[in-house]
Design a protein around this ligand. Structure first.
Ligand SMILES: *Cc1c(COP(=O)(O)O)cnc(C)c1O
Length: 430
């Protein structure tokens, strides 16, 4: 044990936190978690925080779910990990079989990795080699303004930049950039670009329904159906990055379903293990997969694979997680709590002078604040005020992200609404 202050000091002494300026880390009241119960994180001093950011969008059913804990323990008694390179593992086969009827991909094959960025990186390379294998080389990608696909150099190149990552611009390969969902929710400009560049484009990469890291920018389902149609007509591969939207977050198991879209490649991560262990996967449809078949050791092989891809403990918890999503009818809760959240936020903040817009799809939400001048750091300060009230959120600039676990209760949802609106009142009085 020890005081939170002592732990923060020890933390800052040895840990380098992502997306965090370490010289001021300790001054920004970080929470040092020791354990959790349900949807609450408990810090080193025993203080409780409702995890309203789902531990950066990964937690679905909550923490320490007995059934998920048990799935890992059972697998631990068999084997924790064995390689997927040239060999198999029973629980990974079972997971892929369980996912097969659920993913919106035709006759899917699953290439497992550990992070969302790796799943996107794999999709990029697969799309590139798909064309190379057919001796029709193509190397251009179409991605969207404000997109976020992860932090490795390939996924960063697809991303729209921002978050202080501009320093890496010289490392990023160029992509065709369609307008962000905020500028063109119809995606008409993107469709026109697909028509125009059909002979160069290896793939279009898109976050269906919600550009998450951009601050929950929304576009209607029909826009994605049109984009998929443009890809189909022009024979360009479609990659859907559902790392954030997958596994129930938007009210259906996958956002592509709501759009009536079946991508050639689908990237999954974050919620795949319910937030327990790092796992991601790139799902290829039959057409893409079959383009890689050929003689043993031939150049058609996909020469790519991560050491921990298809980790058995992660696969075991991911497989059990799928059963629980169905058994507990979690999607119904997502839809009910989403309505409740929308009503609550509209009622308390809908006409608040400090709020520019409230955006919500399922349990993926953002409240965009409108500070009268720059440099007020409202997003950071409102989030800080929420944390002090026992609700853990994390902003994206001046957007307060609301991303509770999918099993969030009615009472907890009211608590989130009351806390956020009190925090906005406290911070944003001008
Ligand atoms: C979080 C995210 C990623 C990156 O996933 P990591 O596991 O953080 O590498 C990729 N795409 C989208 C849409 C995401 O939200």
């Amino acid at each position: 044990m020890g005081s939170a202050e002592a732990w923060i000091k020890r933390d800052a002494e040895v840990v380098w936190h992502g997306f965090t300026q370490m010289s001021t880390y300790a001054d920004n009241e970080p929470v040092v978690v020791e354990r959790a119960e349900g949807r609450e994180l408990i810090d080193v001093e025993g203080r409780r925080y409702l995890d309203a950011v789902s531990s950066l969008w990964v937690t679905t059913l909550g923490h320490r779910v007995p059934e998920l804990d048990q799935a890992i323990l059972d697998q631990l008694a068999r084997v924790a990990h064995s390689t997927m390179l040239g060999n198999g593992n029973r629980v990974v086969v079972e997971l892929a079989e369980a996912l097969t009827p659920l993913v919106p991909v035709r006759r899917p094959h699953f290439l497992f990795a550990a992070d969302g960025a790796s799943a996107v990186e794999q999709a990029l390379k697969i799309a590139f080699q798909f064309w190379a294998n057919q001796e029709r080389p193509r190397s251009a990608y179409l991605a969207f303004g404000d997109a976020y696909h992860g932090d490795t150099v390939g996924s960063l190149s697809l991303g729209g930049g921002g978050f202080g990552t501009d320093v890496f611009d010289p490392l990023r390969f160029p992509v065709l950039r369609a307008p962000s969902f905020a500028q063109d929710p119809s995606l008409d400009a993107a469709c026109a670009m697909v028509d125009e560049h059909r002979d160069e484009l290896a793939a279009v990469v898109v976050e269906p329904l919600v550009q998450g890291a951009a601050g929950m920018l929304l576009a209607p389902p029909a826009s994605f159906a049109r984009l998929a149609e443009a890809c189909e007509v022009n024979d360009v591969l479609l990659v859907c990055d559902e790392v954030a939207t997958g596994f129930g977050r938007t009210g259906t198991l996958f956002a592509s379903e709501q759009c009536g879209v079946s991508p050639d490649l689908l990237c999954l991560g974050k919620g795949i293990t319910g937030g327990y262990l790092p796992m991601s996967t790139t799902v290829a449809n039959d057409r893409v997969y079959e383009a890689f078949l050929g003689p043993d050791l031939s150049s058609r092989t996909f020469y790519h694979g991560h050491s921990y891809g298809g980790n058995a403990l992660a696969a075991a918890v991911a497989r059990r997680h799928l059963e629980l999503l169905a058994d507990w009818d979690v999607l119904a809760n997502v839809r009910d709590r989403s309505q409740q959240l929308r009503r609550g936020l509209e009622r308390t903040l809908g006409r608040h002078p400090a709020v520019a817009e409230i955006r919500l799809r399922g349990l993926m939400g953002g409240i965009e604040l409108s500070p009268p001048t720059g440099g007020l750091r409202w997003g950071r300060r409102v989030s800080g005020a929420c944390v002090r009230r026992g609700v853990l959120v994390r902003p994206l600039g001046d957007i307060v992200v609301i991303m509770p676990p999918l099993t969030v209760t009615e009472v907890e949802t009211d608590r989130i609404v009351a806390t956020v609106s009190a925090a906005v009142d406290e911070v944003c009085t001008t």
